[in-house]
Write a protein that binds this ligand. Structure first.
Ligand code: SAH
Length: 464
């Protein structure tokens, strides 16, 4: 059945919303205000609909500048002009934060293309038996063959193409997730935008890499820009990309990047913001909001390789970084040494465990910076943070949904002073948001109010 519909909004995944038979459906490649003819398929439990023809296009619609747009799914907003993408992200934040705080315009990029310094690709065989590479189609083990990607750095395109050729030449089979056979599973490429150093991580299914020396020689001949190659062994039945065992095949086994006026060492499994240009804006904004001063003791929880920690250390008396990933903590310690920053300490621990211990030891922090993974923090961390009573909390998040959830706990004793979104992931629906929380005055806090209530009740019972 065909039907004409009008799209009234975008959902959080960037899909256009329409009303059909009192139901709201989300449809890809449709923008607010657009009228379109849809093909409707009434299935058993749901209605499936897709755009056949757009009758009147939005003034914000642009021609997707990537031929893989319809299959890939990596960039959900490629058909929307960049300014409208930023507006979309701001509106998502307005929805999440309700009316609790003003949401300013998102800090965007001047040139939002080719921004990713880290690229991941996976392999498969074409019907003709040639190696193809790209990303998995949503909810499947089917690889979408991708030759170029407009959000990843250019070198990555060249390296992946050369790698495909070498794999074909050396008859190295891609790993098949369904049959659990084959050898090469993924490739990760990391480029230091400030140093042009490039690390290639070949994720393989077992240790035995036949003809490895000749392979590395041939690969390097085609890609002289590579400064290091690491073999990572992942022999588990898992959707995790990296395994625990690594062997350096060429170079130092990591890259260095220079940005923020410093140099950073980044190992294969350590976290590093994928958009270097926006990372500088993100940290500058976060530290401006934190207004750290020379007397402050600062905690940087979920600190990764210590990028924020070291930036904060230049402003503060002392900064403690806490991070779970051992390799990242090693990198952070090396980074402090390399940049000759001495007023920092790094601790390898689960952040919540460490926070609880610090609260029990009555440690004092003036400012807490927290930047947890997408899943957010947890109530143990947040409650311990309330006990530590820092003057300010800076919560940086790559998933504002979990951020807003976590703020519910912090709001007992803190008020949301301001927020600032930074566009770390142009063309995708991902949003990065910084939130500044300031401690309420003593009688405004949850404990203060409870104390007041108890005192009032006491007085009342005395009067009786
Ligand atoms: N602030 C850093 C890293 C942010 S990403 C930066 O801007 O680069 C989140 C980090 O939290 C990752 O390095 C991850 O390894 C770490 N992490 C995840 N779970 C953790 C936990 N339970 N305790 C401490 N660190 C954790």
């Amino acid at each position: 059945m065909k039907l004409e519909c009008e799209c009234f909004a975008l959902d959080a995944k960037g899909r256009g919303l329409v009303r059909i038979q009192d139901k709201v459906l989300s449809i890809s490649n449709l923008l607010p205000g657009e009228k379109a003819i849809l093909e409707i398929n009434q299935k058993k439990n749901f209605i499936d609909a897709k755009v056949i023809e757009i009758i009147s296009a939005s003034k914000h619609r642009v021609e997707p500048s990537c031929s893989h747009f319809s299959q890939c799914g990596g960039c959900q907003l490629l058909h929307l002009d960049y300014k409208a993408q930023l507006d979309f992200k701001r509106r998502q934040l307005v929805k999440l934060f309700k009316k609790e705080v003003q949401i300013p315009a998102i800090l965007g990029m001047e040139d939002p293309t080719r921004y990713r310094n880290k690229v991941h690709s996976t392999f498969s065989l074409s019907k003709k038996g040639k190696v193809i590479s790209g990303i998995y189609e949503e909810n499947s083990h089917h690889v979408v063959n991708i030759s170029t990607c407009m959000i990843q750095n250019k070198e990555a395109d060249i390296i992946i193409e050369a790698l495909r050729k070498c794999l074909n030449d050396f008859k190295i089979e891609p790993f098949n997730e369904d049959t659990q056979t084959g050898f090469i599973r993924h490739v990760l490429i990391r480029k230091g935008f400030g140093t042009s150093q490039v690390l290639v991580v070949l994720v393989v299914a077992n240790k035995v890499f036949y003809g490895v020396n000749n392979f590395v020689k041939a690969f390097l001949k085609q890609c002289p820009m590579i400064t290091s190659i690491v073999m990572n062994i992942n022999d588990k039945k898992t959707s995790m990309v990296l395994g625990n065992e690594e062997k350096v095949l060429y170079g130092k086994g990591y890259i260095e990047d220079s940005c923020l006026g410093m140099k950073f060492k980044i190992s294969s499994s350590s976290f590093y913001q994928v958009n270097t240009v926006q990372m500088e804006k993100l940290y500058a904004q976060a530290l401006k909001m934190a207004s750290v001063n020379k007397n402050d003791r600062v905690l940087d929880a979920y600190c990764g390789i210590g990028t924020i920690t070291l930036c904060a250390a230049k402003l503060a008396k002392e900064v403690i970084g806490v991070e779970l990933n051992r390799q990242a903590v090693h990198d952070a310690i090396d980074n402090a040494k390399m940049n000759e920053i001495h007023n920092v300490r790094f601790i390898c621990s689960d952040a919540s465990k460490w926070m609880i211990q610090s609260a029990e030891n009555h440690e004092k922090f003036d400012v807490v910076i927290m930047d947890p993974p997408r899943s957010g923090s947890d109530s143990r961390f947040l409650n311990a943070c309330l006990k530590l009573k820092p003057r300010k909390i800076i919560y940086i998040s790559c998933n504002p949904e979990t951020q807003v959830r976590d703020l519910e706990i912090l709001k007992r004793n803190y008020k949301i002073q301001s927020t600032q979104g930074v566009d770390m992931f142009p063309f995708t629906t991902e949003i990065e948001n910084i939130c500044l929380l300031v401690r309420k005055t003593n009688n405004e806090t949850y404990e203060g109010k409870r104390f007041d209530r108890l005192r009032r009740n006491e007085k009342r019972s005395k009067i009786k």
